[in-house]
Design a protein around this ligand. Sequence first.
Ligand SMILES: [Zn+2]
Ligand SMILES: [Zn+2]
Length: 152
Amino acid sequence: MTKIWNKKYLKCIGCGETKKPHKGHGYCTGCYNKSEYGKRNKAKWRASGKGKYWYHDYDQKLKIKAIKHYSNGKNCCAICGYDDIRALTIDHIENNGAEHRKTFNTTINAWLRTHKYPKGFQVLCCNCNWIKEVERRRNKADYTLGRRNETT
Ligand SMILES: [Zn+2]
Ligand SMILES: [Zn+2]
């Protein structure tokens, strides 16, 4: 949640900026982190040990969003209808997942969000995803076998 500047703080008391969101105690996000409040908060945060899971939790939220989007709000597998979100994954319809993943260094969930959920993805459960992967590998095996025969 980003807070807007209110009557108490018309602008950031650190840099005077009004365009950046208000983070707390009169500071914008950037200045807050440098302020004593920010430092204290950071120390508290470190001591709590929550940081370890923060990224994972955040990614889970993005995952739920992505799944909701690609399953049209049904939150289930496109093939069998399985609906336990823990076992649902985002699948590249064109099987280009490996190459696609090389082009960014965040998670697929974060990538989808920053690219506004483009077409070409679907929601599959782990079983259907794995079956698809097995079929893909089998096709690829035939392909590479064929190529090997060609070159030798
Ligand atoms: Zn500031
Ligand atoms: Zn399924």
